[in-house]
Design a protein around this ligand. Structure first.
Ligand code: 5GP
Ligand code: MG
Length: 450
């Protein structure tokens, strides 16, 4: 997960970066940060802290974050690492000056690279794999930062979108498989934006130009009016992450030319085919918010009425992020309540986007039954998650993945649903379109990054 943004060539760079981060808060709310600079200030300023974007960036922060370029990051919590040290951007001084860096994704060979660097005498400040790139850049003997980056990147394997800010330039890199999304836009008030999701473009009044290409490097500098594009690696197959469409991304984002909302509706509609007719259900109910577009697709396809049978308290964050099981249990309860008068005595089709540990689904079935539902047919708008993903999703270990440890029937019994169905892998492909070979590691165990 995580969100990143880069702004170049606008005097409100840090404010625009914080607005973009605000629109991408769903990608992580453990910590947030912005570095800014440019305008011949010859300095990089950084403000980062734990917490939400709206809390960290106030007038005080903006008085520090001067300059016409900025990079920013929202951090998504991964179990066990809950510290300010792991907030980004990471800012460092080295032979050629100063750099600051933000990263979305996950490097699969991070431990090997880190160990080699440590053996050679490097000192690490954080637990983040992002620091590897800083060390590789610092140790390179090339004369220009761009060449140091170009030489360092092939040593990293995995999913990455990096934005690096020097004192006068911005460098943007997307990994050769294009696993995580990254889009380029033009700000109507001047300059450019690069961001994880297009949903932030409206808020900052940017016009979408195109996605950053897999294996591409963009360089923003005073030397060019338009960003300079260098193709670093076009030898790899494009494998964008399917889970962005299923869960991560905001419905109003377009990724690789496909709108997330409509992809989710397709998933729901395909789930309804050959299924809804057998159920004789009274209503289709989404698990808010993530299950809503798929439930709409299911309802439209089946003709079963769509109802909001579960009400969400919006002042609770995403449940999955809590580090312990006890906290996750409690938070589901705080977040979701049943619409008793609506569902009493009724047969329900309940749609969620995914089942990971089974915490949410079990809790929801119980809640609906306690509120008087006659039958709960649980439907999941993604295939069974049976493999941990190492490409930027924080899926837990295999032992924690309920669909890896139990059969479908056992899961149905565990969550106490009257029936349980998942979207097939084939139907997921159908929902997204068959012309791209999406990364579906969690479902098919195809670890293609080698
Ligand atoms: P479970 O309760 O089965 O562990 O998780 C399933 C719920 O968590 C679903 O409602 C889904 O929307 C949400 N979810 C699935 N994957 C992720 C993730 O990577 N991060 C977060 N925050 N939530 C997730
Ligand atoms: Mg959910």
């Amino acid at each position: 997960m995580c969100a990143i943004v880069g702004i170049y060539g606008n005097e409100d760079a840090s404010k625009l970066a914080s607005a973009a981060l605000f629109a991408m808060q769903h990608r992580g709310h453990e910590a947030t940060g912005i570095s800014s600079g440019g305008d011949d200030s010859k300095k990089i300023f950084t403000v980062k802290n734990r917490g939400y974007v709206r809390d960290v960036f106030d007038e005080n922060a903006f008085s520090v974050l001067k300059g016409n370029m900025a990079i920013g990051h929202n951090r998504y919590s991964t179990a066990g690492s809950d510290s300010t040290f792991d907030a980004q951007p990471i800012h460092a001084k080295y032979k050629l000056g100063e750099i600051s860096i933000v990263h979305n994704g996950n490097l699969v060979n991070k431990n090997e690279v880190r160990q080699r660097l440590i053996d050679e005498g490097s000192i690490f400040q954080t637990g983040m794999d992002t620091e590897n790139l800083i060390h590789l850049i610092a140790k390179s003997s090339a004369n220009r930062l761009r060449d140091r980056i170009i030489k360092s990147l092939p040593k990293l394997k995995g999913a990455y979108n990096f934005i690096i800010q020097s004192r006068s330039k911005l460098f943007v890199m997307r990994d050769a498989h294009g696993i995580r999304p990254l889009s380029l836009g033009k700000l109507r008030s001047g300059g450019y934006i690069v961001a994880s999701e297009t949903c932030c473009f409206d808020l900052v009044d940017a016009e979408f130009i195109r996605d950053v290409k897999p294996g591409e490097m963009l360089i923003f500098s005073k030397d060019n009016n338009e960003p300079e594009s260098i193709m670093l690696d076009n030898t790899k197959e494009f494998r964008p992450c399917a889970f962005e469409y299923i869960y991560f991304a905001r419905p109003d984002s377009d990724i690789n030319g496909i709108n997330v909302y409509s992809a989710r509706e397709n998933m729901g509609a395909l789930l309804a085919k050959n299924d809804a007719a057998l159920l004789n259900a009274d209503m289709v109910i989404p698990v808010p918010d993530s299950g809503v577009p798929a439930a709409l697709g299911y309802a439209k396809e089946s003709g079963i009425p769509f109802e909001l049978g579960i009400i969400r308290n919006h002042y609770v964050g995403r449940t999955f992020i809590e580090p312990t099981q006890a906290m996750r249990n409690m938070k589901v309860k705080m977040k979701l309540s049943p619409m008793r008068s609506l569902i009493e005595g009724k047969s329900l089709v309940v749609i969620d986007d995914s089942v990971v540990r089974g915490t949410t689904s079990k809790r929801i079935v119980k809640m609906l039954k306690d509120a008087g539902a006659a039958e709960v047919h649980f439907r999941v708008a993604s295939p069974m998650i049976q493999h941990p993903c190492f490409y930027g999703i924080d899926t837990p270990t295999k032992e924690e993945l309920i669909n890896a440890m139990m059969t479908k029937d056992e899961v149905q019994e565990f969550i106490e649903a009257d029936s349980l169905e998942y979207l097939s892998i084939d139907n997921l492909k159908e929902s997204l379109g068959r012309d791209t070979n999406y990364s579906m590691v969690s479902f098919d165990g195809d670890y293609f990054v080698v």
